[in-house]
Design a protein around this ligand. Sequence first.
Ligand SMILES: [Zn+2]
Length: 285
Amino acid sequence: MRTLALALSLLAFALAAPGLAAAQDVVIDTHVHLHKGEASIGDYRAQLKAKGQSVAAFGAMWFGGPNQALAGNPERIRANNDALIALAARHSGMIAIATVHPYDGAAAIAEVERVAARGVKLLKIHPHTQRFDAADPRVLALVRRAGEVGLIVVMDNANIVANDNENLFNLALQAPKTRFIFAHMGALNFRFWNMLALARTAENLFADNVYFDISATVLIAADSPIEDEFVWTIRNVGVDKVLLGSDFPQMSLPQTLDALDKLDLTEAERAQIRGGNARKLLGLD
Ligand SMILES: [Zn+2]
């Protein structure tokens, strides 16, 4: 009964403030791979249309699948970044996620500066597929520079490399002026990130510069024995720090939204995760 009363008062509020209600419905997918370039955008949109799902914006990256962005070929990486920026200009709602390889050193730093000047907001680097060590000093130099030029650094955090959580945590501490998005929130090792609730209590340690996407992991956690711990982790890292990602084409946005709906979060918390947090972080208002 209390639920019904609450629903009715929310409905009355939504009718009185349609702009706000619409804003709460915003869905932003921060994790899309274009394995097939522009054709993947069509596939992505078709998948959404089939489920009647709309998306306000989606962050898309070139690499993954056949495009591994390995070290030693910065010209190829630059060309791919330019192709991605051109695609984003043609497809409304698409946000380009550029990449570089940290071991390309000065060329990688120059590319970070160049894409930032071209309006790119997100940079993805991936220790596993790009075969680099997140603890390497070239990674720290790169992410520091990325932060200085206003880029948000997305890193894979699926824990398929050794010391993944520990390396990323220390990287975030050493680059306090850079904002990070750790994709998959540690996957099955997500419990580590409850540490952030304690890190915040240590004086001058943690700059609260870490966001997470819960792509893939949310599918495993929903309606599972670990769901309560997963929700507890989301609250400890900060609900305002959690973003939605599909990891298309491996996973779909509709199945990710279904999984999010199953989590025992409040509707307001789910709305933040669906798009409110990403809107603020990416300045989409
Ligand atoms: Zn991915």
